[in-house]
Design a protein around this ligand. Structure first.
Ligand SMILES: CC(C)(COP(=O)(O)OP(=O)(O)OC[C@H]1O[C@@H](n2cnc3c(N)ncnc32)[C@H](O)[C@@H]1OP(=O)(O)O)[C@@H](O)C(=O)NCCC(=O)NCCS
Length: 181
């Protein structure tokens, strides 16, 4: 499957709305997103603007997912640690798209932002697919937040934090956390 990521621009507004409103995001605090909400987020600069970039994931030419990169700081020389969120259409999950997209995004972060030394993300403890994607893409678990992730009913789930270091990315290795230090 041919995967490409194209940066969001105004002409892709309807594509973004369709992707985010057409399915369910079971591990997010708001599993169903309305069109009104996405329009409001677009108006409020949730997807673009300083420190934020959004990409549409295309699989064999079809819009299949969305990645929002945020906390990038004020420009290419900023050393703030960026985070991301990824959403792939229900029918296209489990086909390797997540792994390819995160590999691509990690390369973008470390090549376009020379001062970034780490790239991180969190996910709910039971999001096994996302955790496998992290593991496959060189990310290492470095945090466990207890009862930190609320779901729609208000239940609080544990949450995991992963990151990849520039040095590990460059050397294609994983440096494990020294929990006894
Ligand atoms: C999480 C998500 C981005 C992963 O992308 P994906 O394209 O489905 O992932 P991939 O196909 O590249 O890899 C998924 C891996 O998890 C495995 N997997 C998928 N579902 C699984 C499950 N329920 N239990 C265990 N493993 C699972 C796959 O077999 C694959 O494993 P592998 O590395 O051994 O091949 C995607 O499923 C998604 O958009 N989910 C809903 C939104 C979401 O949860 N986003 C993350 C927010 S932090």
């Amino acid at each position: 499957m041919e995967i490409s990521l194209i940066e969001y621009s105004e002409d892709k507004k309807n594509v973004l709305i369709d992707l985010l409103t057409s399915g369910s995001w079971p591990f997010h605090s708001t599993p169903k997103i309305t069109k009104e909400k996405v329009v409001e987020q677009l108006q409020n600069g949730y997807f673009t603007g300083e420190g934020k970039r959004t990409f549409i994931i295309y699989a064999d030419g079809n819009a299949t997912g969305v990645i929002r990169l945020f906390d990038l700081g004020s420009g290419p020389e900023d050393d703030e640690t960026p985070l991301f969120d990824i959403k792939i259409k229900e029918k296209k999950r489990g086909m390797g798209i997540g792994k390819k997209a995160l590999t691509w995004l990690t390369e973008l972060v470390f090549t376009e932002y020379p001062k970034k030394t780490r790239f991180e993300a969190t996910t709910r403890i039971d999001n096994k697919a996302m955790r496998k994607v992290f593991e496959s893409c060189g990310f290492v678990k470095e945090a466990h937040y207890r009862q930190a992730w609320p779901d729609e009913e208000g239940n609080k789930h544990d949450c995991t934090g992963y990151s990849i270091l520039r040095n590990d990315w460059l050397n294609k290795i994983k440096t494990e956390v020294n929990w006894n230090s």
